[in-house]
Write a protein that binds this ligand. Structure first.
Ligand code: IPM
Ligand code: SF4
Length: 457
């Protein structure tokens, strides 16, 4: 029978349960961070149970860590969570990339970097952006703390199988349009719930032409479109990325042979298909308080349709009919698990090289992981950013969310390469505008958004 990539991976992992009912899945990789693991470890301890597969579990510190003075954690909750993770990983024998470790990074960066994120795996983490790992052709999704405990104890998880959706993107992207614009465009056009109840596979010539880092940016934000999982079928690009990484399979040829079978047989296997022509996508900027509230940079903000829109306009202090270029920016943040990878920093650095950030703009660049930081410094990117007036920081989630000292002040507008623009996301009263690294970098130089396509023409 013809099936999808998703079905193939799912079916290989079912341990118990019948189709149409919740099924027990075997979990190949469990990633953990300091925020959603403490209670799960406590549960194990109280039940006097061991952690079943420490060798399939990897921890990192990301959400709470300061990006300036990394060992000086003044927030008491943050400090407690960081210390708990350290203690728990030592006690349960879990590899931890703790504060200052040379493999430390945002949890969705470390898996691909060390090569544990692989095609055909089931990957979970107590974090909603786990779909990032689906870019490798894995089933990867976020779970809650009680599920984290279940995986600790059993290396399995009960799940109801979602339906299959294909998002087919074909054609060439315009110059100045990036993976981030693809996913923001998709969510703004089809809504923040288009993917609810589905596992989404991104495919088509545009996707095939993207690098792994770009595919990760797209899969990462599947959750902002309601889908718990986003996938791309493995191909030569995937293999090239993985080959030689620390945890890449030792029996490489055999693994590749199996990975080559991981693809959707044909379009008829999907329950729903969305088709997008890449040339229709312009650089995106969000104007409101969810990632679906986005416009093309040259398009005016939409009319008010409902109370959500009214509330969003009030919170953002913007009006229908306005334009992104007129937003008075105060902050620019380049980083996060969506756009804190080397190619994102390279793209932004190309734009700021030899220029100065605009008066009144605070700009910070935060590599998503220590390996990215190191690689960027080797290329001299840190110098380019610093000479332009940006702060160059230590890795972490940073200003993506207000769980650490990096926050946008109340009422200030921030051009941000992160993935969420909810009320208060970057700090109390902060006003977030989601965009690509290139758009954020140009905005920093100009003091407001500009159409990057014109700058590149
Ligand atoms: C703190 C964590 C549980 C949360 C998530 O699940 O995504 C965070 O990473 C986020 O991006 O909002
Ligand atoms: S960078 Fe942002 S989205 Fe990613 S895991 Fe951290 S807080 Fe969540």
């Amino acid at each position: 029978m013809k099936t999808t990539l998703f079905d193939k991976v799912w079916n290989k992992h079912v341990v118990a349960g019948n189709p149409g009912e919740p099924q027990l899945l075997y979990i190949d990789l469990h990633l953990i961070h300091e925020v959603t693991s403490p209670q799960a470890f406590e549960g194990l301890r109280l039940a006097n149970r061991p952690l079943r597969r420490p060798d399939l579990t990897f921890g990192t510190m990301d959400h709470n860590v300061p990006t300036k003075d990394i060992y000086n954690i003044s927030d008491l909750v943050a400090k407690k969570q960081i210390e708990a993770l350290e203690k728990n990983c030592a006690e349960f024998n879990v590899s931890l990339f703790g504060n200052g470790h040379d493999k430390q990074g945002i949890v969705h960066m470390i898996g691909p970097e060390i090569g544990v994120t692989q095609p055909g795996k089931t990957i979970v983490c107590g974090d909603s952006h786990t779909a990032t790992h689906g870019a490798f052709g894995a089933i990867a999704f976020g779970i809650g703390t009680s599920e984290v405990e279940h995986v600790f104890a059993t290396q399995t998880l009960w799940q109801t199988k979602p339906k299959n959706m294909g998002v087919k993107i074909t054609g060439d992207l315009q110059k100045g349009v990036y993976a981030k614009d693809i996913i923001l465009y998709l969510i703004s056009k089809y809504g923040v719930d288009f993917g609810t109840g589905y596992a989404v596979e991104y495919y088509g010539s545009t996707i095939e032409g993207l690098t792994m880092e770009e595919r990760m940016s797209i899969c990462n934000m599947s959750i902002e479109g309601g889908a718990k999982m986003g996938m791309v079928a493995p191909d030569d690009t995937t293999l090239d990325y993985l080959k030689g990484r620390e945890f890449a399979p030792k029996n490489w040829d055999q693994a590749v042979e199996e990975w080559r079978t991981l693809k959707t047989d044909d379009d008829s296997c999907f329950d729903r298909i969305i088709e997008i022509d890449a040339k229709d996508i312009a650089p995106q900027v969000s104007w409101g308080t969810n990632p679906g509230m986005c416009v093309s940079v040259d398009e005016s903000f939409p009319e008010i349709k409902d109370e959500n829109d009214t509330r969003a306009y009030d919170y953002m202090d913007l009006k229908p009919g306005g334009y992104a270029k007129d937003i008075e920016l105060g902050y620019v943040f380049i980083g996060s698990c969506t756009n804190g990878r080397l190619s994102d920093l390279e793209e932004a650095a190309k734009i700021v090289k030899g220029k100065k950030i605009h008066d009144g703009i605070t700009g910070i660049v935060v590599p998503g992981s220590r390996p990215v930081k190191k690689a960027a410094e080797k290329m001299g990117l840190d110098k380019i950013f610093e000479e332009a007036g940006f702060e160059w920081r230590e890795p972490g989630c940073s200003m993506c969310l207000g769980m650490n000292p990096d926050q946008v002040p109340t009422g200030v507008h921030c051009a941000s390469t992160s993935n969420r623009n909810f009320e208060g996301r970057q700090g109390k009263g902060a006003r977030t505008h989601l965009c690509s690294p290139a758009m954020a970098a140009t905005a920093a130089i100009n003091g407001h958004f500009v159409d990057i396509r014109e700058e590149m023409a």
